[in-house]
Design a protein around this ligand. Structure first.
Ligand SMILES: [Cu+2]
Length: 68
């Protein structure tokens, strides 16, 4: 089991409201143990065994984009 998070860069987050939306959306995904979002640089860290496509879809659903 890996303990290192999957790391993404989320484009479009500007405030703590954005952080809350992204955090809640990703937390709901099956297999996610913990989520850490940094609004200052757009970093999203996802701990657990969640599916990459599910993470990308959840972020897009709440209105943000993951940079490739
Ligand atoms: Cu915001």
């Amino acid at each position: 089991m890996s303990t290192s998070p999957a790391t993404y860069t989320v484009v479009g987050m500007t405030c703590n409201g954005c952080v809350t939306k992204v955090t809640n959306a990703v937390t709901e995904i099956e297999g996610v143990d913990d989520v850490d979002v940094d609004v200052s640089d757009g970093t999203l860290e996802v701990f657990g065994e969640a599916d990459d496509a599910a993470i990308r879809a959840a972020v897009a659903k709440v209105g943000y984009k993951i940079a490739d």
